[in-house]
Write a protein that binds this ligand. Structure first.
Ligand SMILES: [Zn+2]
Length: 235
């Protein structure tokens, strides 16, 4: 006899970079197992792959996970997790005054992506030449991780290169997808430091999953205010 199937409840979230509303369900026990196994490896590529598969499953394929910015991926996962295992989680935070480790409860529902989403940011490098930037996508980041083994500076360069959507001059617009990867790197290498800085500032201003936590230390009673950033801090 067929056993009963339980329908999952449905919720709705807003993808930070696009503003798209997407319906999702909590993750299931079998999906939680995939996540736990990936977390245990501490391998970034495996973790991203697990997050990607779980998000695709929970949104019934309605989100093109590969094209999400990393902050989208983190945010979407946090919302799904909130409905799957509970909206509060306990994190261990060290007191800034006495180093005592406090267990602090945070509400995952209150965590938002902070910072302005700048789409198709145009950066004029000279009066004729410039670039149009986009946030590195999940796919782009995975590509870089697979190339790791290269030096840090090479990885940074590859990250910056993957954020360049197009390069323009007075005659034309060159989509980087149509160009060779090394040609884009050569273009970056040919910039002055101050021009390169104009591009890297876009990264520094990138929206982030960020949450301010206030707690009173259980040991010394010092009042702490700390900022949590990035997904790994919310586990
Ligand atoms: Zn303390």
């Amino acid at each position: 006899m067929a056993l009963p199937r339980i329908d999952s409840p449905k919720y709705e979230l807003k993808v930070p970079s696009s503003g798209d509303l997407v319906e999702y369900r909590p993750y299931l026990v079998k999906e939680e197992k995939i996540l736990m196994m990936a977390m245990e490896t501490k391998d970034q590529q495996q973790m991203i792959r697990a997050l990607r598969d779980v998000i695709a499953g929970c949104t019934d394929g309605k989100i093109q996970v590969d094209t999400l910015a990393m902050f989208d991926l983190e945010y979407v996962f946090l919302k799904i997790r909130g409905k799957s295992v509970g909206e509060t989680t306990k994190v261990g935070l060290k007191c800034s005054s006495c180093d005592h480790k406090n267990e602090v409860e945070i509400n995952l529902d209150e965590i938002e992506v902070q910072g302005e989403v700048k789409k198709n940011a145009k950066v004029a490098l000279t009066d004729k030449v410039g670039v149009v930037l986009r946030y590195p996508t999940v796919k782009g980041i995975q590509k870089q991780l697979s190339k790791q083994g290269g030096s840090d500076s090479e990885v940074t360069m590859a990250a910056v290169a993957s954020a360049i959507e197009s390069i323009y001059d007075e005659n034309d617009v060159y989509q980087t997808e149509d160009e060779k990867a090394e040609d884009v790197i050569n273009f970056l290498d040919s910039l002055t430091s101050s021009q390169f800085k104009m591009i890297s500032e876009y990264f520094e201003d990138m929206p982030r999953l960020r949450h301010e936590v206030k707690f009173t230390c259980g040991n010394c009673k010092e009042k702490n205010t700390q900022t949590l950033e990035g997904l790994s801090n919310f586990f």
